[in-house]
Design a binder for this molecule. Structure first.
Ligand code: 13P
Ligand code: SF4
Length: 328
């Protein structure tokens, strides 16, 4: 049945989602890259780390995850007793796709003296093959707790890994994955935009390639870019990440101007994440009504993936000893 025919004509989606949220004892979590109406109806909007923590801590019975599949998988890994629904099960991630578990396993086996520090944008199977997971907001804190002489594989995002290598003078071995969204920013168009707005700083996500990061005044996760937007002294900011985050900036600081960094065609529409964009209010309503599509993870796989995620949560808050990396 199509979405249109599944929803009775005249349904007020906001009213229905609010009714179902109470009836199901559900919490709605949304990433900053979701459509504004999904951000606005969510109980909590955040970056990957914040959403993982919310999923681990919530006492709701249902988590409706407005984000992509690896994020909803993470919620289920951390909260297995809860029903986790993802409005559109096709909401994947190019980084996850770039790192098939069998190839990642072979890569690990080829480098037995390396630990695997792995970006959360990967499958549950790859998490299970990893030692520590990081998000873009926890990666720097976690990397600094790993002894400098420890050899490290970093995957799947080679741009985030390369940024960390340069910033901390490390030589982590990089898996060759990229985010198609951050890869699409154009340096020449960015420089044209900067020439038109010479006083506007540039804030960029570390998934951007180095030729974009080289021009950035601030590099950080979505939540750190949002924080920079709230605190930088000027009135205009160029934002080199998925443009839906600008919704939160405009809500928080309506007097400032936020310009999405352009792609090769000179506008920022090519930087909308096509996976995040699959979630809609209609699909969220159906997910809460039907409690489908539901995330299910086989228990031994879940436990294996949970150990690298737990390590992230401990190391991100500094509660694990230096070098205490168990499975190395
Ligand atoms: P954050 O952890 O910064 O929210 O990033 C998630 C993501 O998918 C960026 O593309
Ligand atoms: Fe994946 Fe990039 Fe979309 Fe983030 S923006 S979910 S890394 S494809």
């Amino acid at each position: 049945m199509s979405i249109e025919t599944a929803i009775p004509t005249g349904t007020d989606l906001v009213d229905e989602i609010n009714r179902l949220r109470k009836e199901r004892k559900a919490v709605i979590l949304a990433h900053y890259y979701q459509k504004p109406e999904l951000q606005d109806i969510a109980d909590f909007v955040g970056d990957s780390l914040e959403l993982s923590k919310k999923a681990a801590d919530t006492d709701a019975e249902v988590i409706a995850f407005c984000g992509v599949k690896f994020m909803a998988d993470t919620a289920k890994i951390l909260s297995p007793e809860k029903i986790v629904v993802l409005p559109d099960m096709e909401a994947g991630c190019s980084l996850e796709d770039s790192c098939p578990p069998d190839k990642f396993r072979a890569f690990r086996e080829a480098h037995p003296d390396h630990i695997a520090l792995t970006y959360i944008n990967c499958s549950t199977e790859v998490k299970a093959l990893s030692d520590v997971i990081v998000t873009s907001s926890s990666a720097e804190t976690i990397l600094q707790q790993i002894p400098r002489d420890q050899k490290i594989i970093f995957g799947p995002d080679r741009h985030l890994g390369g940024y960390l290598n340069r910033k901390f003078d490390r030589d982590m071995l990089l898996w060759p994955g990229i985010c198609i969204v951050h890869e699409a920013f154009s340096e020449s168009e960015l420089l044209k935009l900067k020439a038109q707005n010479p006083d506007a700083p540039i804030a960029a996500h570390p998934e951007c390639p180095p030729h974009i990061l080289d021009h950035a005044d601030h590099v950080g996760s979505t939540s750190s870019i949002l924080q920079f937007a709230k605190t930088f002294p000027g009135d205009t900011l160029i934002v080199a990440t998925e443009p839906h985050i600008i919704h939160q900036m405009e809500k928080a600081i309506p007097e400032k101007t936020f310009i999405g960094a352009p792609g090769a065609d000179g506008n920022c529409n090519c930087n909308i994440c096509p996976y995040m964009a699959l979630n809609t209010m209609e699909k969220l309503y159906l997910a809460l009504r039907d409690l489908e599509p539901r995330i299910e993870i086989e228990e031994s796989l879940r436990l294996a993936a949970k150990s690298s995620l737990d390590r992230m949560l401990e190391m991100a808050s500094g509660t694990i000893g230096k070098g205490d990396l168990g499975r190395v």
